[in-house]
Design a protein around this ligand. Structure first.
Ligand code: ZN
Length: 323
């Protein structure tokens, strides 16, 4: 009905409740914790040693989530100082409320990397209000955002991650020409990691040809496509999941039946949140002895790189299908 992109009304409510309980006063202290902690003295001295005009110290980059922040870190290496705003699995990028400190981080940044497409409007707003060069992943993706429903979770699109890395490299080279060759080399290295991930996705998918899936949320949609897994979640479920009321009993039952009748071979859920609808579908999948797998919007505990994030997700889906 609306042209807005898919969001996760139900899970956002769950997360919001959790966030209220834990976050309010500690948020300012937590929100900059994604900042690179490697020492700044080496970058400062190398900049000082160069005769070309270079920024004092590292180039400051801000990213809305640690997934996008990790891409900037790979490209920038030791020459950038990346701060990711969303760094905790309990924080929901969709519904995050920016703090005064976040605003300051955007103000001080030379590059602001946002997902875009309605995913992290708070970040797009802060980026627009700053002097930072804005990299909007949805715009960079080249996907047709008019498609309905448009899946804004482009961070699971490996091709998009590669394009974003290239744009970040180009922007960094303009801001800090001294290290231009480093940035392009790093982006190239990232590109070869993407090639490997795409091979991994293809191989994992090919081991289970013709797999169909029901997903409670579109989070990993682009990755499922790259794995050759067909998402057969009914449109009505996808549309109604966006509403405050959530999917109707009939729509839940219809979706559930895809699992109990084995029309779908896999259930994909959000690994960071759960609600009654998810539990019902998980019960249906379990009763039909179908695998369920959780995917996440941001890095789970222990994950620090994009390759690990996507690689682990492919492995988790593959392991679920092999059970
Ligand atoms: Zn989402």
């Amino acid at each position: 009905m609306s042209s807005r992109s898919l969001t996760h009304t139900i899970s956002r409510k769950v997360l919001a409740t959790a966030a209220v309980a834990v976050l309010p006063l500690s948020m300012a202290a937590c929100s900059s914790s994604g900042s690179s902690s490697s020492g700044s003295s080496s970058a400062a001295s190398s900049a000082a040693a160069s005769s070309a005009p270079a920024p004092a110290g590292k180039v400051k980059v801000v990213a809305s989530t640690n997934v996008w922040g990790s891409v900037a870190e790979v490209v920038g290496g030791d020459n950038v100082d990346v701060t990711s705003i969303i760094t905790k699995p309990t924080q929901d990028p969709h519904d995050y409320e920016a703090t005064a400190q976040d605003k300051l981080i955007f103000t001080n940044a030379k590059i602001a990397l946002v997902n875009g497409g309605g995913y992290d409007d708070w970040a797009s707003t802060l980026a627009k209000g700053s002097d930072a060069e804005v990299v909007d992943a949805v715009k960079v993706s080249g996907f047709n955002t008019k498609a309905e429903p448009f899946n804004e979770h482009v961070f699971y699109s490996m091709d998009t991650a590669r394009k974003v890395a290239d744009v970040v490299a180009t922007d960094l080279s303009k801001i800090d020409p001294t290290h231009a060759s480093d940035y392009s080399a790093n982006a190239k290295t990232f590109g070869s990691q993407i090639d490997k991930l795409k091979d991994q996705a293809k191989t994992a998918g090919a081991a289970h040809p013709g797999t169909t899936a029901v997903a409670t949320e579109p989070v990993a949609g682009y990755l499922l496509t790259d794995m050759g897994i067909k998402n057969i979640t009914p449109d009505a479920f996808v549309e109604q999941a966006e509403t405050d009321a959530g999917p109707s009993v009939k729509v839940i039952n219809d979706t559930s039946q895809l699992l109990t009748t084995h029309k779908a071979g896999l259930l994909v859920v959000n690994g960071q949140t759960s609600d009654d609808v998810t539990k019902k579908l998980q019960a249906a999948a379990a009763s039909a002895k179908l695998p369920s797998v959780g995917v996440t919007e941001t890095f789970p505990e222990g994950v620090t790189t994009y390759s690990q994030f996507v690689g682990d997700t492919i492995t988790n889906i593959s392991n679920a299908l092999s059970k």
